[in-house]
Design a protein. Structure first.
Length: 95
């Protein structure tokens, strides 16, 4: 698997997995290949409505109110051989 294929697979997977939560602005942040494990570690960032603000009930409502969503980062681990997504984990970014 080439790097562009791994990135595309990770972004598509995140967009689909979090589509019900209003994920948008899905984009590449970091790429790393672990040759010993044969695994791509792709960090994907995206925006979504905050779970802690019940006043925001949709992405459109948030935009109309001028709300900027915090960015969420996920590390998607993908098998180099089969292209299977092995895991999705949070990537904490210091503020």
């Amino acid at each position: 698997m080439q790097v562009k294929e791994a990135v595309s697979a990770a972004k598509t997977y995140i967009a689909d997995l979090f589509s019900g939560e209003g994920a948008r602005n899905v984009g590449l942040e970091e790429v790393e290949f672990d040759p010993a494990a044969g695994v791509w570690c792709i960090t994907v960032g995206f925006s979504r409505p905050s779970d802690d603000d019940p006043a925001i009930d949709s992405p459109l409502a948030a935009v109309l109110r001028g709300r900027q969503f915090k960015k969420t980062y996920k590390v998607v681990r993908i098998s180099n051989d089969k292209g299977d997504v092995l895991s999705v984990k949070n990537r904490e970014v210091p503020e």
